[in-house]
Design a protein around this ligand. Structure first.
Ligand code: CMP
Length: 138
């Protein structure tokens, strides 16, 4: 079964939206198979966002994602990666389609409420950063 890593980011945590975002994905028929609340440190943020380390927004992104506890989850299902990306909408909430999570909740391109894996390969790498095998319940 395909899996994706989902993060509920600080802007959504601050507004009490973790439950609504998880419920929305469950309502779309995706299965919640792992769940954790954690305060990411610089090292974890650097690993998770390694692909963006040369981008001009990297430092701000790490400062933001480490600013308060977040929720990390694994969702499983057929075509989970693409289904979750669709449900979330474009990275920039201003460009996200109506009815998507980021259109509904996102504030700006950085404070876009959620992260989701962009491919099944990256999903497996990202999941391994946040969860041990025994913490995922297929
Ligand atoms: P995410 O899906 O978590 O992946 C990388 C994150 O970097 C992205 O969501 C945004 O939070 C952030 N990001 C992407 N592009 C920009 C940008 N141009 N300026 C600021 N932050 C960005």
């Amino acid at each position: 079964m395909e899996r994706s890593l989902v993060l509920v980011k600080p802007d959504a945590m601050e507004r009490g939206l973790a439950g609504a975002i998880l419920a929305r994905l469950q309502g779309d028929g995706l299965k919640l198979t792992a769940l954790r609340m954690l305060h990411m440190d610089m090292a974890l943020a650097g690993r998770h966002y390694a692909i963006h380390k040369d981008k001009p927004f990297f430092k701000d992104l790490v400062d933001y994602i480490t600013s308060m506890p977040i929720v990390a989850a694994v969702f499983s299902g057929e075509g989970a990666v693409e289904r979750i990306r669709k449900a979330m909408g474009a990275t920039d909430p201003a460009r996200a389609a109506p009815g998507t999570i980021r259109q509904q909740y996102g504030l700006d391109i950085q404070r876009n409420s959620t992260h989701a894996s962009d491919s099944p390969e990256n999903a497996e790498k990202e999941i391994a950063i946040f969860f041990k095998k025994g913490e995922i319940f297929e």
